[in-house]
Ligand binder design. Structure first.
Ligand code: PBG
Length: 341
């Protein structure tokens, strides 16, 4: 049989290292431990209340007490970091998002409650006006329909201090205003919060994958005269990558402790690119639309949910993300635990 072969058998056979699970496990290059995951949570007013989010099966808006119960579940599985996003009652929304500065607002009460119950948890708050904005923008909208930069930054810096006072470990500006990282850093330092960190949403693209998130928070830009219908004057153009380097250099110089790329999977090249440009940890946000796509296809029986979620998250880590924000954090951590059982 062998003697009839007309070709020389290869010396190198990459399949040897794929022969068994033990060998594959041994040579695996990327291992994603649940500690690297951040669970985004949608919080709402009320007691013992959960409201499922239609476009995000498995995720709900939750009152603070229920949020804390979920934190325990996550912590027991090794997911120790949480990113909070509030559903703000319509009556409290204004163009300048004043409710964001109320030290007794929903976010501040949630931060306080989580830190009181789990001082060891890492609580990350969102810095942007959109959940508080009656027009659904991350900044103040001028009468002529412009999203105002410096006026917004002023409020964001104050917002960071309000969150720090409530006990936030890290603030995460997701607004994409220019200069906000520096303003937040200085304002936090002057207020005595030098230890509060900043994860900057550095390369945040004007993406259509945020749809389910905006549904969850009822925070989409409103369709009205003199209100921009999208976020393209502040979030980045999906066609650009050099611009991501420029944003990263600015955020690093302004004092960001970590930079983020968002969305995740469609922007693996950006994660990889920034990995070569900075020594800061890089976070990736596996956003609501990415989560929803897998959930929807799985519901139709077209994809294996757990396998696809796992593959997506490992791909983000392989591209260079140290930290991954994902709605699938608890599911991933469960499958991680079960793989040892
Ligand atoms: C807004 C914000 C958005 C997300 C996080 N913070 C949406 C937006 O920019 O409109 C999206 C996250 C997701 O889709 O999971 N500051």
């Amino acid at each position: 049989m062998t003697s009839e072969k007309r070709w020389v058998p290869p010396v190198r056979r990459p399949r040897r290292l794929r022969c068994s699970k033990a060998i594959r496990d041994m040579v695996r290059e990327t291992v994603l431990v649940p500690n690297h995951l951040v669970l985004p949570q949608f919080i709402m007013e009320g007691d013992n209340t959960t409201e499922p989010i239609e476009a995000m099966p498995g995720r709900s808006r939750m009152s603070i007490d229920r949020t804390i119960i979920e934190c325990k579940e996550a912590m027991d599985l090794g997911v120790q970091s949480f990113a909070l996003f509030p559903l703000v009652p319509e009556s409290l929304k204004t163009n300048d998002g004043q409710e964001a500065l109320n030290p007794d607002n929903l976010v501040c009460r949630a931060v306080h409650a989580i830190k009181e119950t789990y001082p060891e948890a890492c609580v990350i708050t969102d810095i942007a006006l959109d959940p508080f904005s009656n027009v659904g923008h991350d900044g103040i909208v001028s009468p002529r329909g412009k999203v105002l930069n410096d006026e917004t930054v002023d409020i964001l810096a104050k917002m960071a201090v309000v969150h720090a006072k409530a006990g936030a470990d890290i603030v995460a500006p997701s607004d994409m205003m220019d200069g906000r990282v520096g303003a937040i850093r200085t304002t936090l330092d002057l207020a005595g919060f030098a230890d509060v960190g900043i994860i900057s949403y550095t390369a945040k693209y004007a993406s259509s994958f945020y749809g389910p998130f905006r549904q969850a928070l009822e925070s989409a830009p409103v369709q009205a005269p003199n209100v921009p219908k999208d976020k393209k004057t502040y979030q980045m153009d999906p066609a650009n990558s050099r611009e991501a380097i420029a944003e990263a250099m600015l955020d690093e110089a302004e004092g960001a402790d970590m930079i983020m790329v968002k969305p995740g999977l469609p922007y693996l090249d950006i994660i990889h690119l920034l990995r070569s440009q900075t020594t800061l940890p890089i976070a990736a946000y596996h956003v609501s639309g990415e989560y929803a796509m897998i959930k929807a296809a799985a519901k139709l029986g077209w994809l294996d949910e757990q396998a696809c979620m796992h593959e997506s998250l490992v791909a983000l880590a392989r591209a260079g993300a140290d930290v991954i924000f994902t709605y699938a954090a608890i599911d991933y951590a469960k499958s991680w635990r079960d793989s040892f059982a």
